[in-house]
Design a protein around this ligand. Sequence first.
Ligand code: SAM
Length: 415
Amino acid sequence: MEICDELRSFEATGVYRLDGTGATFLDPVRLLNGSYQRFRVVPSAYYSRSFEPPPRQVGDLETEQPEKRRKRKRNQKPKPRELNAMERIAEARHQEARPLLLSAHESLIKDKQLLEYLSKTTDGKEHTPDAGSVSENNFVELGTSWRAPFYEITICFRKPHILGNWEGSFDVQKTSFSLFNSIINVEAIDEAEGEFQNRHYILPRESCFLMTDFKHVRDLIPGRSNQGYNLIVVDPPWENGCVRQKEAYPTLPNRYLLYLPVKELAHPSGALLVLWITNREKLWVFVEQELLPTWGVKDPTVFYWLKVKPDGSLIGDLDLFHHRPYECLLLGYINVNTDAKQGSNFKLLEGSQVIMSVPGAHSRKPPLEKLLSEYIPGPKPPRCIELFARELFPGWTSWGNEPLHFQDSMYFAEK
Ligand code: SAM
């Protein structure tokens, strides 16, 4: 089969624009690998959910525990329940998005070349980190311990040779930094390697991070206003009843987010704000009526992240009320006159779009900078920040209580 131009460009960039619908397919592993020279993200480590053995079938009576079997019987035929007022509004929102989601998904299913390519992405038997057997550092816990101010990370940087004028020469520099509550810049010619408590971390060049609790988030505010950010991505630990989320990370009362210093972080020449949001209607009301106005964002545009399996099928039924196979992102501008027909050096957002990808670990979002680059105002390359981050990117500042989580070397292999 001849590889089409779009597929060739996808191999290089991880971004695939599907014909006609304005939908985009992303391969997060390819996108991330653009950030590394000596290491690469291992697909089986990123797409760990697609590599897991299939869940036991309901009704697999030989292996099912008797208590579980009884519980399943009790739960077998849930009585259809009337939706309450909030749920009816959520359902109407879903119905509005449905045709766009369906047509995006249809365009993916029709693209046989991309599907064939996709099936190979999660093929193969490279090492898969097993959460049970590998003891990663739990930064959330460590950061709250009395020892937190004493923890140090040792980072090994490769910097250009000061005296040497021959190309490719470098000096290796090892420096220790306070791990919590201090801003750490990775100024190096390529990725740096960090050591902390017998674990190894791969840190992309020109990344920057601050590992603190929400209480210290104002330490991020730049000293000079021209050092603000042009892309601000926020992925809050929203409160909800999901048990799996409770195990994965702590949540914050939603109202705390009103105190995130988003306005102070925005670049004076304009910023694009991206907020990841769940499908709960109560949350939408809070975000649209209180949170975004407080942050100075008007008239947000909704994008949808539709999650698919490596064979292109949806990860779940599109119409299942409490488990939609998609999440939403709200995008809007700060310090930008959106009444103008276009920005000075960027495109203004125009209508909803659908992004599709195979999901990684629980709640891990696909990298967005490439997809959004044409919509980001201000100087180029843009200054970008992620709030509540669990990983680092070149040129970005990552803040949260565990921004090194996915930088553990178990997610990488040497090239
Ligand atoms: N964007 C991330 C990704 O793609 O992997 C996921 C972020 S997750 C939805 C929310 C993050 O906020 C978690 O890492 C969680 O530990 C962190 N968090 C929860 N409470 C926090 C707090 N009080 N201060 C700082 N970060 C917090």
